[in-house]
Design a protein around this ligand. Sequence first.
Ligand code: 5RP
Length: 226
Amino acid sequence: MSLSKHLIAPSVLAADFAKLYDDIIMVNNSQADWFHIDIMDGVFVPNISFGFPVMQAIAKHATKPLDVHLMIVDPDRYLQVCKDSGAEVITVHYEACTHLHRTLAAIKELGCKAGVALNPHTPVSVLADIIQDIDLVCIMSVNPGFGGQKFIQYTYEKVRQLRALAAGRNDSLLIEIDGGVGSANAGALLAAGADVLVAGSFVFASEDPTATIATLKAVDPQVQSV
Ligand SMILES: O=C(CO)[C@H](O)[C@H](O)COP(=O)(O)O
């Protein structure tokens, strides 16, 4: 039995949109903790996923929290609709926010958990003056925009650096990893200090997604699997 308290957030981006309802029910009935919802605008990232009407349809059937990753420019414009569409966690990109402190306060005022995502090229040190105001940091372990990409190895080091940065100032900070996550790197990510594992293609492209989620949930952080 795993002693880990980590969370698993299947990324709906990798679901079969033609049978989205079935995939939502699968996640509801699995050991997953959250739904990870990727909203893209074709500007901040070179892709467009789906928008708030689809998210509202997901929220109607989901029985677990929606963890929303806004890959959009000027996210302040969409915080209210994001909350109204069912978000419990709203994550904005550090690279997309001119006034990050103000944006995080606005998310919290809506009653949501406030997250910040960092692109692979952005060092965790940029969060030094604001770490106490963040509920979740999403470390992108691929360049955002597409599922199914190769995991960037330097992510382990960033997780360790972030845990050290938060120590004593935000010990309840959740560290989420997004991109290329699977059973080959999950144990080492948890050992480095990660709390939330987002997994898209590893879950939805597997033969038995429910069993794959259970496998990720059972990963032991002590096991260095890479
Ligand atoms: O944020 C994302 C893409 O920008 C996805 O959540 C992420 O890529 C997960 O997909 P996969 O597990 O297939 O890599």
